[in-house]
Design a protein around this ligand. Structure first.
Ligand code: ATP
Length: 221
C-alpha cells in the first residue's frame, strides 16, 4: 500500500525552507506530499496573514511543483466548527477514518516540532495514528536530551529504512535526508516589517502575493 505524507504548519507565509523540506520528503520517499495549513485559532485575530491568504500563498507555491499538493481539511473543519480549535490529532483521526486502519500515513515535521511534541494535544496518541518524518532544523539538535517521557515514547521507533514506513500504518520515525535550512516564517515577517531583504526567502509567486496584498506590515513606516 502506498504512503500518504502530510505536512502541517501555519505557513505564515510558506517559505523556501518549507518548500525544500517538502521536496526532499517527496524525493526521498517517492510519493506526493500534501501541505496542510492550520486554521486560524478561534477568538483571536490572525497574527500575520489570515487562513485564506495563507492557503492562497500555498497554492501559488505548489503551482509548478509536481508531487506537492494542498490539503485544506483544517480550514474546512474550522468553517464547519469555528469554535473548535484544530488539533493535529483530530486531523490524523479524520485521515485514519477516511483511509482505513491499514493505510500508512506520515506526518512531516521540523526538528523543533518534534522536540516540542509533548506540548501537542494528546501527543502520545499521535504515534498510533501516523509515522513521523523529521527534518533537521538549525538550533534544534535531535541529539539534545529529550524530556524523559518523550524519550520513552520514541524508544525503538527510529528507522533508517524508508520501507519501514510503507510496511506499517503508523508508529515509526524517519530522519529526512536534507540540507539544513535556516528560513523561518518569523524571520520573513520581521524582515518585511522592518524593511529588510525578504523576497529571496519566498517562492517568487508568494513574494508577489505578499507585495500585492501588502501583508506583514510591508511598506508601513
Ligand atoms: P514560525 O517562525 O512562525 O514559527 P515556521 O517557519 O516554523 O514558523 P511553521 O509553519 O510553523 O513555520 O512550520 C511548519 C513545519 O515546518 C514545522 O514542523 C516546522 O518545524 C517546519 N519547518 C519550518 N521551517 C523549517 C526549516 N527551515 N527547517 C526545517 N523545518 C522547518
Amino acid at each position: 500500500m502506498g504512503l500518504r505524507i502530510h505536512y502541517g504548519g501555519t505557513f505564515d507565509p510558506v517559505h523556501q525552507g518549507h518548500m525544500a523540506i517538502a521536496r526532499a520528503a517527496r524525493d526521498q520517499l517517492q510519493v506526493a506530499v500534501r501541505l496542510l495549513p492550520a486554521a486560524d485559532p478561534p477568538h483571536r485575530p490572525a497574527p500575520g496573514a489570515n487562513a485564506t491568504q495563507r492557503a492562497a500563498m500555498l497554492a501559488l507555491a505548489i503551482d509548478d511543483e509536481p508531487g506537492l499538493l494542498l490539503d485544506l481539511r483544517e480550514l474546512e473543519r474550522a468553517q464547519r466548527q469555528p469554535e473548535v480549535p484544530s488539533y493535529t490529532v483530530d486531523t490524523l483521526r479524520e485521515l485514519r477514518d477516511e483511509l482505513g486502519p491499514r493505510q500508512p500515513i506520515a506526518w512531516l515535521v521540523g526538528a523543533d516540532s518534534l522536540l516540542g511534541l509533548t506540548g501537542w494535544h494528546e501527543w502520545e496518541a499521535l504515534f498510533e495514528l501516523a509515522h513521523f518524518i523529521v527534518a533537521d532544523r538549525p538550533g534544534s539538535p535531535l541529539q539534545r536530551q529529550l524530556p524523559a517521557r518523550l524519550q520513552d515514547v520514541l524508544q525503538g521507533r527510529w528507522t533508517a529504512k524508508e520501507g519501514d514506513l510503507f510496511g506499517a500504518p503508523a508508529g515509526r520515525l524517519l530522519h529526512l535526508q536534507a540540507p539544513l535550512r535556516s528560513e523561518s516564517a518569523t524571520e520573513v515577517r520581521e524582515r518585511i516589517a522592518s524593511g529588510g531583504d525578504w523576497r529571496a526567502l519566498l517562492p517568487g509567486k508568494v513574494a508577489d502575493y505578499v507585495a500585492d496584498h501588502r501583508l506583514y506590515g510591508l511598506g508601513i513606516p
